[in-house]
Each structure stands twice: as C-alpha cells, then as structure tokens.
Design a protein around this ligand. Structure first.
Ligand SMILES: Cc1cc2nc3c(=O)[nH]c(=O)nc-3n(C[C@H](O)[C@H](O)[C@H](O)COP(=O)(O)OP(=O)(O)OC[C@H]3O[C@@H](n4cnc5c(N)ncnc54)[C@H](O)[C@@H]3O)c2cc1C
Length: 498
C-alpha cells in the first residue's frame, strides 16, 4: 500500500474518532480560535456510533444526584461528598457550554438531546437505608443538592417511582431520594449536531471510513498521521500541529503508537455491558425517572444497576442495567485481539499486576457473562417486581476501557476515572477511561486546552472567550453560591430544565 495524499497537507488539528469528546473539543477550539483547521478521522460509517451512540450508553447527565458510588460511606457512618461536588460542578459546566451554544444559535431549540428526567436512588435493607439517610443529610445541606428529598415511606416512594413499588412484598425496609432537576442526554444526537455546526463553519472536514493506523513525530515538530481508507485500502498521510486521540477505547492503542513517553506504562481493562430494553409501550410510559441502586459486592462502580427513562432519537425508552461482562475488545466494533495487541514492554508489568490484584473483579465479570435470562430477570425484579421476561429484550451496550497505570507499590492498578494523557510540549493528547464520561466532556476539554494550548489560553482573547462561554470559568461552583444560583438560573431558562 502506498500513501496517496500529498505529504505536505497540513491542518492545525487532527482528531482520531468522531464521538462526543472530539465534537466537544472541536466546538471549543472553534470558538476560541476561529479559522483553526481540522480533520477528523472516523473508522465507522457515521459519527457517534460507538460509546457516544445513545443506545450504547445510559444517557445519564451525571451530576451525582443519584449515583451512590460517587459518595462512598466512611467508617464513622458519614459519607464523603467531595467527588459528588466535583461531578455536579462539571455537569453544570457542560450545561453552560450548551446554553452558550443555544444563545449563539449553534444548538437548535427545542434541543432534542436534553430531557428533564428526575434522578432517584432506591435502596433496601437497614444498612443501606442508614447510608442513604446520611448521604441525603449531608448533600441536601449543600446548596448544590438543596432540592434533594428523602423518604422511607413506601407510599411516597410509590408516588416518585410507581413501577418499583407495584407488587412489592411489604415489610422490607426501603429508602429513596428524589432530585427533580435531573437529566437524560442523547449524546449521539448532541455529537451529530455539534459536528454539523463545525462542518457549516468551514475549515473542518470529517473523513468517514478512515482508520488511523499510525502516527509519528517529524523532525520539524509536526505530527504525521497515517490513515487507511477502509473502502479501497489506500493509505493517506496528513500533517498536524496538534493531534487529539479521541478514539474511545482505542485511544490507548494509538497513544502507544505515538511513542510519547508520557503514555508509557498505561494499559486498558475492557468492561463490556448489556441492557434489558423494554419493548412494551404500556410499561415504558408508566416510568419517568432514572432510579439508581447500590452496586452488589465486588461489582465495578460503573456497573451499578439502574432503571432508566431514556429519550433516544426523540422516542421515550426504558432500560435496565448495565449487566457488566468481560470481553477483550476495546471498542464494541473492535477486535478480540485488541487487548493482546495493546500489551507491550512498556505496560506488560502494570497490566499483569492490575489483573492479579483484581481477580475478584474478573471473577465478578465472568459471573455476569454467564447469567441466564432468568438471572437477569431476577435482578430486574428487584426494581420492577412485576416485570415479565417477554417485555424486555437484551441489547449490547458500549465497551468501557478502564485505565491501568503503573504503581510503585502494587506494580499496576486499575482506575475508574477519565484521564487526559498529553505530550510534554502539548502537541498530542489522548483521552483514556470512561467515567463519568460524556457528561463531563466540557470540563475535561477545558483542562486539555489549558494543558495543550497553554500559551494561547493565557492570552486576553482566549481568557475572555472562555469567560463568555463559561461564566464560572476560574471559579469554584461548589463554594461560590451566588454564582451557582445565577449559573443554574440561566441554564434552566435557556435549556428548559425544571
Ligand atoms: C455502557 C455505558 C454506559 C455509559 N453511561 C454513561 C452515562 O450514563 N452518562 C455519561 O455521561 N457517560 C456514560 N458513558 C460514557 C460515555 O458514553 C463515554 O465517555 C463517551 O461516549 C466517550 O466518548 P468518546 O468520544 O471518547 O468515544 P466514542 O464515542 O467511543 O468515540 C470514539 C470513536 O473513535 C473511533 N475510532 C476508534 N479508533 C479509531 C481509529 N484508529 N481511527 C479512526 N477512528 C477510530 C470509533 O469508531 C468511535 O466512533 C457510558 C459508557 C458506556 C459504555
């Protein structure tokens, strides 16, 4: 195969992968530096077909309203709310970006991708009830969560989430919280709108069915990116001043190919997922919230079961899950060899050590894979006691690749967050990890911009634009309550939230 594109084609930014992360970064850079040129390579036939596709993720606008894993319990019976405050603040930052884009006319109204859906938690048993009560007491005392309500009364729970109480045996201690200002987000639709906005402004091109296979740094400091046209096998090369590896689970493989020393030691542990999707409209329309439970013992934090009202491509849907599983693929549409191919001298030790220290997790995931339809129905019935197998069908969710990192004590450790790994000179960055994911894309991309475009980010022009897009830029919403109030009032009014 030979390269067919002139080697001197040069753009400011090459992005690998057309998901929500690339769409958000492109939109921000386009606002900060009109005239910047972009090329996006996507191996699939359209944008947002991997994790960002609505049916491949849960669409929760993660704001730590209902996700109990963001508020771990402490031995003294209180809970740690630090992560909840950070995630709530990050989601409000995404809302600020979307409000700005609505006011500018880039995002349409009605929005079509953002729906107000209450966020609720439901737990059973004495210990979990104590935990939820303590969590509510601490969170609702903070202005970020002042509207969170708690109840241990079955009748009240039935008002909030009727489907979870119908047919339930009386007597078991139950507790629930309710936050009216929750959201469901169709990240697939949002990605498509953002990319369409970029294409309309010029200097921006998406190359579909093109897979990036290699990238190298030239002596002049520019990156040479090699892609293959999957339709005819021709190889193309392009030069870029900055490269973003927004390839979802495959970002790790490309990071290793880039050879930057900051990427050394990183590995990836894939976790697959499945949903039960309700196919009975009568059941779908009797539920109107996202109900998160407590993860079972040994389960990874992102596999907390939840019963979710969704709005997918304008249609109301109801899903339950995810049921986690183990697959060696790094993308849903990837190869079973992905994990093997990602192992090399730089990360073999952290990968093996992390595997060794997480045997329980591996066992749990294999157990999940082996579940029968009846096992899954039994899980569902903890949330919907009257559920019937024929009303629910099994669907495959997106793939999440958790970060493995070198660790001086353990050799390697598994992390469940999101991390930007960037070259020291800021010419390349990769986004690894999957949680809290798409909801916090704006905050992650601000971090990336400050890190990789550090000089330009300090200029009055960029500072001014960042301030205009994000009124909370440079401030802490979890501490500045007047600002929090005004930011929320504007987001609610512009985005039509409760
Ligand atoms: C089961 C599940 C539930 C989730 N629930 C939530 C949730 O409720 N809320 C939330 O905020 N987030 C959630 N997430 C996380 C969220 O979906 C992801 O964080 C987000 O979609 C990642 O976006 P991305 O752009 O990085 O990756 P993706 O959307 O996966 O896009 C990466 C793109 O790169 C392309 N690509 C890969 N390799 C190459 C290559 N070599 N050349 C060209 N193209 C390439 C892929 O085809 C793909 O289109 C969930 C994820 C999963 C899997």
């Amino acid at each position: 195969m030979t390269a067919t594109t002139a080697k001197d084609e040069l753009v400011d930014v090459v992005m690998v992968g057309a998901g929500i992360m690339s769409a958000t970064l492109a939109t921000l850079l386009g606002e900060l530096q009109p005239g910047m040129t972009f090329k996006v390579f996507e191996r699939l036939t359209d944008v947002a077909l991997e994790s960002s596709k609505a049916a491949n993720n849960a669409g929760t606008g993660h704001a730590a309203n209902c996700e109990l894993n963001y508020t771990p319990g402490k031995p003294d019976g209180t809970v740690d709310i630090a992560k909840a405050l950070a995630i709530n603040s990050a989601f409000e930052t995404s809302l600020q970006l979307w409000s700005y884009l609505v006011e500018k006319g880039t995002l349409p109204t009605p929005l079509g991708f953002l729906t107000n859906v209450p966020h609720q938690s439901l737990v059973w048993g004495e210990a979990n009830t104590r935990f939820l009560r303590a969590r509510h007491a601490q969170l609702s005392a903070h202005p970020m969560f002042h509207d969170m309500q708690f109840t241990g009364e079955p009748a009240r729970i039935a008002e909030w989430m009727p489907l979870t109480m119908e047919g339930r045996e009386p007597g078991e201690p139950l507790a629930a919280t309710h936050v009216p200002r929750g959201t469901d987000v169709d990240f697939g639709r949002l990605t498509r709108i953002l990319f369409a906005g970029m294409e309309a402004r010029g200097g921006f091109h998406i190359q579909l069915r093109h897979e990036v296979r290699g990238l190298e740094r030239d002596p002049d400091g520019l990156w040479r990116v090699r892609s293959v046209d999957l339709a005819d096998g021709t190889v193309h090369e392009i030069k870029a001043r900055f490269v973003f590896l927004g390839a979802g689970g495959a970002a790790l493989t490309l990071l290793r190919k880039s050879g930057i020393k900051e990427g050394k030691g990183y590995g990836g542990f894939p976790v697959s997922g499945q949903w039960l999707m309700c196919n009975n409209p009568e059941v779908i329309h009797r539920h109107h919230s996202k109900v998160y439970g407590k993860p079972s013992l040994g389960a990874p934090p992102m596999s907390v079961p939840h019963l979710d009202t969704r709005n997918i491509d304008g249609q109301q849907a109801l899903l339950f899950g995810p049921f986690a599983g183990f697959s060696t693929k790094y993308l849903k549409t990837g190869s079973y060899l992905d994990m093997i191919r990602a192992i090399g001298p730089g990360n073999i030790w952290p990968m093996m050590a992390a595997g060794w220290h997480n045997l329980d997790l591996t066992r749990y995931l294999i157990g999940q894979v082996l579940q029968s339809p009846e096992d899954r129905l039994a899980e569902l019935r903890k949330f919907v006691p009257t559920a019937q197998l024929e009303d629910w069908q099994l669907e495959i969710a997106g793939q999440r690749v958790q970060i493995i990192k070198g660790d001086p004590k353990l050799g390697g450790k598994l992390e469940f967050g999101t991390e930007v790994v960037a070259a020291a000179d800021g010419s390349l960055a990769a986004l690894l990890g999957a949680s809290p994911g798409a909801s916090t894309a704006a905050t992650t991309m601000i971090y990336l911009i400050l890190r990789c475009f550090s000089e330009r980010a300090q200029t009055p022009a960029w500072q001014d634009r960042l301030q205009r897009i994000f009124p909370s830029f440079g401030h802490d919403l979890s501490k500045e309550f007047d600002l929090l109030r005004s930011v929320r009032e504007r987001n609610d009014a512009v985005l039509g939230l409760a």
